[in-house]
Ligand binder design. Structure first.
Ligand code: PXL
Length: 275
């Protein structure tokens, strides 16, 4: 069985980060090792959330695993809490790098043109270093713009996305994928670039007019899980986009507060049938 380490916060309530990554990766058949970076009462879209930083646990946990000779087939990082944690992740990648494994970084920090509450521009700058150490990165358009120094645009054409991709490619990851890309009216998906060949590939499916919290985590977790199941990046990206769209559609039928999260519990059985 493949073994993946995922490093993200635990938002106790409000579906995102580890509470999405763990079930999705498990359902896709990988042993999922978790390293929580912080414990929050809810994700940061709720007012008055509590947060206990767990940075001081990362080094002793890492040392214990090294002593036990633990190896991973993939490391997947999501929401991190601080610049110092980015440095800790760089060390973690170096400690567990080995032939045949991949490092997948979702540089979670912003959406819709704005940084999330906990972050600033220095954090965005630092995220470039994390992306440079990764094999695969999956920023959304806002995160890609922040890391390439380009303007964030709500309306754009393919040339804007290609310019973002070429900026990301220079950061150094083997594969850069931008999420939430809409190149046709009524459609949305993702577009990626292979650093070595320069090949780009875009996948678009139907756009659903709703925005839910945690959909980026659902996309990234599915992408990682499908790669570990042996899919190539284009098929993994396509399935991740299809599964995310399907889950948003199902969630819409059962209206709840949109910031709470998506009903992935209902759709997990469907994920296994997606080819
Ligand atoms: O879904 C990304 C995410 C993860 N974890 C926490 C968040 C967010 C997005 O806002 O607040 C704590």
């Amino acid at each position: 069985m493949k073994r993946v380490l995922t490093v993200q916060d635990i938002s106790c309530l409000g579906k995102c980060s580890l509470t999405i990554a763990l079930p999705v990766l498990s359902v896709l058949g990988s042993e999922t090792v978790i390293l929580p970076t912080a414990v929050l009462s809810t994700h940061t879209m709720f007012k008055g959330f509590t947060c206990k930083d767990l940075s001081d646990q990362i080094e002793p946990i890492k040392q214990h695993w090294l002593k036990e000779d633990i190896a991973f087939d993939a490391i997947y990082t999501g929401y991190l809490g601080s610049i110092a944690q980015i440095d800790q992740m760089k060390e973690l990648f170096r400690a567990f790098r080995r032939e045949g494994m991949f490092v997948f970084v979702d540089p979670v920090m912003a959406d819709n043109g704005r940084l999330y509450a906990a972050f600033n521009m220095a954090y965005a700058e630092k995220n470039k270093e994390l992306c440079a150490e990764a094999d695969i990165i999956v920023p959304n358009i806002t995160e890609a713009a922040l890391m390439t120094g380009m303007d964030y645009r709500e309306t754009y054409d393919e040339s804007y996305i290609l310019a973002l991709l070429s900026g990301l490619r220079e950061l150094g990851a083997k594969l850069s994928v931008i999420t939430g890309v809409s190149l046709e009216k009524g459609k949305i998906g993702a577009m990626g670039i292979d650093r070595e060949t320069g090949e780009t590939w875009c996948y678009q499916n139907r756009r659903i007019d709703a925005s839910y919290h945690g959909t980026g985590d659902l996309f990234a977790s599915t992408f990682v899980g499908e790669l570990l199941r042996g899919k190539d990046w284009k098929n993994a990206m396509r399935i991740a986009a299809d599964y995310t769209a399907h889950t948003i559609e199902v969630t819409l039928k059962n209206p709840k507060e949109p910031w709470y999260g998506v009903d992935f519990e209902t759709t997990l059985p469907d994920l296994l049938k997606m080819e």
